[in-house]
Design a protein around this ligand. Structure first.
Ligand code: B1M
Length: 232
């Protein structure tokens, strides 16, 4: 059955989620928006919808991209469909809590145009009460430094999705050291190919596995910086 003939509303949750994986794979943004709205209307939380329908769908896309079954144009369509779904979730994920936690400057490093994960981290940080200045993709060290100077955040976040671009994080941290400003900021790094060890090697304060960990780590390190006890 083609996707046009499927009435998403008529599918039970598990089949709807499977259909959304297929629709994401096929880059069908309207269907992803509709599926996301249906799950929310059925009482799914934004977090569950995000992780089970969207992020899982993109994981499947990633496997076939790696295996040469999908190519850049198809993956771009899938990414756009994912972003359309994320826009539906945005108001829910970034519903700001009352507490202002601090400021974060975040961006994807030079040479790297992946931004879905970084956007998610930004949304969830906003939801946790952080003010987020998003520098977008492909940021050279000068852009990070200019943003630190201009916005005076507590936290600098960097994202990289490629093994070829992740070493650039060290360029940024080393430049901060050279300028004598490294310790003025909490530096958090993330992205699929990174790990704990890499985070340490580039001189970051922490590696964040996913957006939820990024939020918890940001809150924790801000509290420590201000010597505040954990809130909950
Ligand atoms: Co690209 N790509 N891609 N791609 N792409 C990967 C990363 C790849 C693993 C695919 C594969 O082979 N399986 C592979 C990298 C291999 C490697 O380096 N070892 C790859 C490649 C090779 C490429 C190109 C080189 C392909 C080519 O041109 N031949 C090219 C490079 C372009 C460039 O950047 N210069 C390229 C292009 C693209 C598209 C443009 C088509 C598209 C990006 C669209 C966009 O982002 N707007 C794309 C996509 C979509 C992917 C995959 C399929 C999905 C990435 C994604 O959005 N995941 C990806 C495969 C994969 O990762 N499995 C792949 C969903 C997202 C929610 O997860 O980004 O991991 P993620 O973010 C998570 C965590 O990592 C963490 O939290 C997020 C949310 O939980 N996190 C942070 C991320 N950033 C953080 C920052 C923080 C904290 C946590 O700061 C504090």
């Amino acid at each position: 059955m083609s996707s046009e003939e499927i009435v998403l509303e008529s599918l039970p949750d598990d089949e709807l989620v499977k259909q959304m994986h297929d629709d994401l794979y096929d880059g069908l943004a309207d269907e992803i928006v509709r599926g996301t709205e249906i799950l929310l209307a059925r009482g799914w939380s934004a977090e569950k919808t995000l992780s089970e329908a969207l992020v899982e769908g993109m994981r499947i896309v990633g496997i076939d991209f790696r295996d040469g079954i999908l190519f850049v144009p198809e993956v771009l369509l899938a990414a756009n469909a994912m972003k359309a779904g994320m826009e539906v979730l945005r108001p829910l994920l970034s519903e700001s809590s009352a507490d202002r936690m601090g400021k974060v400057v975040i961006g994807t490093v030079k040479g790297d145009i992946h931004d879905i994960g970084k956007n998610l981290v930004a949304m969830m940080l906003e939801g946790a009460g952080f003010e987020v200045i998003d520098l977008g993709i492909n940021n050279p060290v000068e852009d990070y430094l200019a943003a630190l100077e201009e916005h005076k955040p507590e936290i600098l976040g960097m994202s990289a999705l490629l093994t070829t671009t992740m070493p650039y994080m060290k360029v940024v941290v080393d430049t901060m050291v050279e300028r004598g400003i490294r310790d003025d900021y909490i530096v958090l790094v993330g992205g699929a190919p990174l790990n704990e060890e890499f985070g340490k090697a580039v001189g970051a304060d922490a590696y964040c596995r996913d957006a939820a960990v990024a939020v918890e780590t940001a809150k924790d390190l801000i509290r420590r910086k201000h010597n505040r006890p954990p809130a909950d």
